[in-house]
Design a protein around this ligand. Sequence first.
Ligand SMILES: [Fe+2]
Length: 370
Amino acid sequence: MEVSNFHHVEFTVSNALQASFWYCVNFGFEKFAERKAKNWKTNEIAIRNGKVILVFKCPMLSNVKELTDDLIIHGDFIKDVAYSVDNIENVVQRILESNGFILSPIKIISDKNGSVKIAKIASLQGSLVHSIIQNIDYKGIFLPNFNSIENFTLSQKLGRIPILSLDHVVENYDEDITESVADWYGKILNLTRFWSIDDNQVYTNFSALKAQIVSNSSNEVQVTLVEPVPQNTKGRGQIREYLDFHGGPGIQHIAFKVDSIISIVAEMRSRGVQFLDIPDSYYDQLAKRLDGTPLRVKESLEDIQKQQLLIDFDENGYLLQTFSKPMQDRPSLFVEIIQRNNFNGFGAGNFKALFEAVEAEQQKRGTLIQ
Ligand SMILES: [Fe+2]
């Protein structure tokens, strides 16, 4: 009895048409479905790429308080990470037992293509919520009452960039809470602790963080929980920066899994996606690190450096990953592209490299020093 998969990720935005266009063009998604509320209060546009579905929901009238209140605080942001479950009654029961907050109890929604059961719960801290969805017999394109729509002409012309699935999501929190959040995900969604890293490993002269990863048994659902660690620091750490600009805890990044990261990142760059710069010293050290192992990396080190990818590995396999610059004006949400070659780990060796690369960006935009 546990979550089986990410179902979709829902953004609250002020303009779903434009936001969905931006993700379609930059990341090779296809616009495919739309749901207008009967009273014309909200519109939702769904885009897909591989198994990843992103939904953009916006208010259509000025009095849609549940959306406009959030937009004032956060701007455009990820409101809902929705999970597929195989027994929704059990999940809701566990939430009630662990004093969880149910925003919307189980209901059945249907159209001519069948029905699903859906409930919505609050997360432990911040505006993030989780829809919990159990399919009954639904065979339509997405969810009941979403109608099929044409893709954008430009994204049709540019073509799809082959993304496979949502690899993981990362949630940023305030200090001293991720332990209880990890327990909470364990209790309600049966996600178990997979790995953790602390401030002795991830720090710079300016700031530090710690993180925990929880996952389901198949590892298809992985959630990282990150919090800042206060120190005698000279500046505002990147998790604090996120909390300040996002307006509280929330989703820091989502990771798209791919299987040919070199060409995919090159294509995304050509469409305008900007990725973090990795210092040359990382690649000098990498050549030495790889020299000492029997591991064979099929991509050339030259291509890896050209696309500014990070690599982590053990004796059996490796992963390649890269991180975009922020997806909006605020330095809050970003996107990761990840390729796994027989490696289920978490880029532990890269956590510090990422931390330093983000901090270099902070320094450039002038938000590091308070
Ligand atoms: Fe990540």
